[in-house]
Design a protein around this ligand. Structure first.
Ligand code: PRP
Length: 181
């Protein structure tokens, strides 16, 4: 048996379902941004695979950049303060910025990131997330573009990890509870 599959309880979203959705999002975004030369900002690491596929589904001129953030110690998840480990390489003043995320959970990470990026005066700032778990939200935050609304399950694959493993699964799966309990 495929060793990566050992801890997968079930497949929530198949490779084909994800592919179809990414193509659909890509078309929508290409129409929205066709003359805007948007800057797609990938929030590492989870969004890397979504970013790679989404950007290729948008057949328009665009640029990409990357940010890496991390929690400020144990209290971060509740305080909502995140530390920027890797910042953007260029100024976003006057640019049309699209944040690309793999999942919005409590919303605290994106909430912080948005406040931070707003200060840099982009012409527009929007969010595209592959997955949304609104049941876990702790701040008011709505993605502008969303692939799938999912239940409160521990999901892995297509960029999402458990202990840094499983990001390379081609589908989104639910992790067996015994794997993390
Ligand atoms: C995940 C995800 C988001 C954040 C969402 O990243 O990529 O950035 O958590 O959670 P929130 O809405 O509760 O803030 P994670 O910290 O797991 O890092 P990773 O992307 O490197 O796996």
């Amino acid at each position: 048996m495929n060793k990566l599959m050992t801890d997968v309880h079930e497949i929530l979203l198949t490779r084909e379902e994800i592919e179809d959705k990414v193509q659909e999002l890509g078309k929508t975004l290409a129409a929205e941004y066709y003359d805007k030369r948007p800057l797609l900002v990938c929030v590492l690491k989870g969004a890397l695979i979504f970013m790679a596929d989404l950007s290729r589904a948008m057949n328009i001129p665009l640029e990409v950049d990357f940010m890496a953030v991390s929690s400020y110690g144990v209290s971060t998840k509740s305080s909502g303060v995140v530390r920027i480990l890797k910042d953007l390489e260029t100024s976003i003043e006057g640019r049309h910025v699209l944040i690309v995320e793999d999942i919005i959970d409590t919303g605290l990470t994106l909430n912080y990131l948005i406040e931070n990026l707003k200060f840099r005066k982009p012409a527009s700032l929007k969010i595209c997330t592959l997955l949304d778990k609104p049941s876990r939200r702790r701040v008011q935050l709505q993605p502008d573009y969303c692939g799938f609304v999912i239940p409160d399950e521990f999901v892995i694959g297509y960029g999402l990890d458990f202990s840094e493993i499983y990001r390379n699964l081609p589908f989104i799966g639910v992790l067996k509870p015994e794997a993390y309990q």
